[in-house]
Design a protein around this ligand. Sequence first.
Ligand code: HEM
Length: 508
Amino acid sequence: MNEITLGSFYIQSFIIGFIGLILVTVFFKLSGRTKLNEPPLAYYRFPIIGHTWSYLTDCEKLILESRKKYGETFSLYVFGQIQTVVGKETAHEVLKKDQVFNFREGYRTFLPLNFVFRQDMLAENNAKITRDYISGKFKHFINELQKNIIKAIDLYIGECVEPKIIREPRKTISDIIAIPVANIIVGEECCNNEDILEAFKNVSLLIAKLFYIPPILSFIHPWLHQQFIVIPLRFGWSQHKKVIISHIKPVIEKRLDNKKRLGDAWVAPLDILQCYLDDPEIVIDLDPNNVNYDYIADGIGHFIFATMTNTTIGTTNALYDLVEKKQYWQELYQEAQEINKQCNGNELTFNDIAKMVKLDSFVKESLRLATGIVGLSHKCIFKSYYTFANGYQIPSGRLVSLNFSDTNNDEELQGQNPTEFYAYRHLERDSPATKLERNFLTFGGGKRACPGRFLAVNEIKTFLHKVLLKYNVRTDNDEIGPKRGYLGPIPKPINVGLVFENRKEIEI
Ligand code: HEM
């Protein structure tokens, strides 16, 4: 055989071997189904591809049709994996049974952040810090939050005596959110540092982008996709991690020195960095040479994901909703003005923000409709198999996704015209944006529901409150509202320029 034929022989053998590997994997995956009373697997025409193409190109139609044909619980064959989709009846069972369905294992299938922020127990510790510290002591740092949001708006939007076009509002909002978030995470000493803010913005934008990469390699094995998807983040994070450590190190040394010298008389700063420093497993004997900097930096990285990524998306969507739904503007403006008058233009307290009930309901509606079509995938971690209350069974390891369109389109759950944006839907039910309910799955549910929702909602409300009072905002292309679409089951990021102009009739 000459070199060329030998080369093509190798290529052919590789392709045949590769296809054979996929077929064997598919055979084993599908043949394992027969032993259990599994949910119906929706019909698909092409083996291997399964439902992947329609999932990517018209997920809404696929889910609506499957729901109609197979009922509330059904399975799809996507990216080489069987995925079970549960509707409004069973979604709550998944959220409540945290011993059976694990959210972290679910999102790690698509984005294994634990491969990057490598510390054991980090996700659990950060959840505890969020519950005990951020949400537990929330009222204490609402002032700082507000001051930083005003400062950030002034910096990135500023005075708009003449109309000012912001071409990439998503980026601007990420710039704005980074400042209050950095203040909460790394504290007063570092939150204005350009390098730190750059790291926060870059890491959060990078993670947001990774969600849109379809897991093609999962056709062979999810592990391959996991290895591939974290490459850019691993690289990016190793650079930012060094920068973050170099800036927090002197701050940590100073805090430890103060604590040693002043003892109980020292007033510890209220921030997440201090939560790590108070942990005797991270800092031993207040000794700056015995600090686990690696853990702290990875903890901060993980917090950037939890706090910044979703809040930036939520704030951007809510702003676009405000611009698009002009009919609410005047009423929301009046509410904002009244509250501003009541506190004489002084800083808003936690209770003042709670009084913005119309805005709260508006934000909740925006968050409700931004969930996408299916999502919040949980992995079944139960021994061997699990039997749903409806009698269907799934094996351990199965990914179970929530059918948001089923919950969001349901008149019984949502009231009239469920698919339409109705800003006062939640106000009429007296249901604040932080309240978890069957008709609102944006923050998950059960014991593991998002513990950061109090911060997220207050951040979005404070931002919109300031925008309402100071500006008129419109799109820069005369479209009434930016078009919404999906990439697979996920809402496409909107990227329409916005024009900000100072309100003429500011009253305080
Ligand atoms: C609009 C913004 C946000 C959205 C939509 C959101 C959504 C979610 C969802 C859906 C979960 C999973 C819940 C479940 O398993 O049932 C979650 C978990 C979590 N979120 Fe948020 N989140 C947001 C903002 C925040 C913020 C600002 C923080 C931090 C202060 C935060 C911290 C966390 C943490 C630590 C967890 C893991 C909880 C655990 O594993 O026990 N989130 N979030």
